[in-house]
Write a protein that binds this ligand. Structure first.
Ligand code: ACO
Length: 276
């Protein structure tokens, strides 16, 4: 675990040239997510958001699992005996990092799915901005297989990326599918051979690190909010967001980009970034 970060043993964070590798660290439990893991994730994501060592986050797992979903013992059975209020606090703490924090996080996030990905693990997978998987990783909405529904916010999350027919098929059958199939379903950007997974993810992270971080943040937020608005609201919101960007961007990227393209003719936006 890198210096000066909160947390315990359930999650390990390492920094590498602007990339924060955040790793589930319960390989002996296939990285199943307990209440304790949620508490650590909440602290870690809070800290990384304002840590200059982190420009982009890669969320991945140690061992042969990305995450086998919620820990059936330390999340479900452990909370079953609690009062309603205490149980809901535990659920809320899990939803906090898996959905609320990741969905609107200040820094870009990539899920790097290195193995098993079941049930509750679909929420952080989907709430990360981008996802790359081992083509042979195994995914499944296994809830039906052990007598529950895709809860938390899993059913909602899958409906944002999967088509209804496919989502319903996997919700109802609990059938497993591969990383290659996850790509076809729109759950990940890319499915690559295992030996290329880390390098391809690193490459993608580096592309993001070259961008103006303020513009990148605003572009991600704009997309994530605009998709739920009607056209009129989206037009109004995006125009305001564009104006806001000019105000909050310390690099004044737009002015610089226009100058380099129109006046200096030193770059073409169609081919790549302006020089920062
Ligand atoms: N919750 C609690 N413990 C788990 C979980 C889980 N989700 N997944 C694995 N473990 C534990 C096992 O109980 C076992 O513990 P033990 O060593 O104390 O006996 C250990 O992790 C290793 O697991 P195995 O099952 O022995 O590993 P194997 O490699 O054979 O299988 C697999 C891996 C397929 C992922 C299997 O563990 C599995 O089916 N896990 C459950 C997957 C699942 O359906 N998750 C819940 C989704 S629904 C939801 O999240 C709401």
């Amino acid at each position: 675990h890198a210096d000066n970060l909160p947390g315990g043993d359930n999650v390990i964070v390492d920094f590498e040239d602007g990339i924060a590798w955040v790793r589930f660290n319960r390989p002996e439990k296939r990285n199943a997510m307990s209440v304790g893991l949620a508490e650590e994730m909440n602290e870690i994501f809070d800290a990384l958001e304002v840590d200059d060592r982190c420009g982009v986050i890669v969320l991945t797992g140690i061992g042969d699992a990305w995450s086998a979903g919620m820990d059936l013992k330390d999340f479900f059975r452990a909370t079953d005996g609690l009062s309603d209020v205490h149980r809901h606090r535990a659920y809320r703490s899990t939803r906090a990092w898996q959905w609320r924090t990741l969905m609107h996080y200040a820094k870009p996030t990539i899920a790097m799915v290195n193995g098993w990905c079941f049930g509750g693990a679909f929420t952080p997978l989907i709430c990360c901005d981008l996802a790359v998987t081992d083509e042979k990783a195994v995914f499944g909405l296994s809830e039906i297989n052990w007598g529950v529904i895709p809860g938390g916010v899993v059913s909602k999350a899958i409906s944002t990326l999967m088509g209804d027919r496919e989502a319903m098929y996997y919700v109802m059958t609990g059938e497993k599918f591969t990383g290659a199939r996850a790509k076809e379903l729109g759950l990940v950007n890319e499915a690559v051979p295992a030996e290329q997974l880390v390098e391809r993810t690193r490459e993608l992270a580096k592309i993001l690190l070259e961008k103006n971080p303020t513009v990148l943040r605003q572009a991600r937020m704009a997309y994530k909010f605009a998709r739920y608005m009607d056209w009129e609201q989206a037009a109004e919101y995006l125009t305001a967001k564009m104006d806001q960007l000019a105000f909050v961007d310390p690099e004044k990227g737009k002015q610089e980009g226009l100058k380099q393209f129109l006046d200096e003719k030193s770059f073409r936006p169609g081919h790549g970034n302006y020089t920062r």
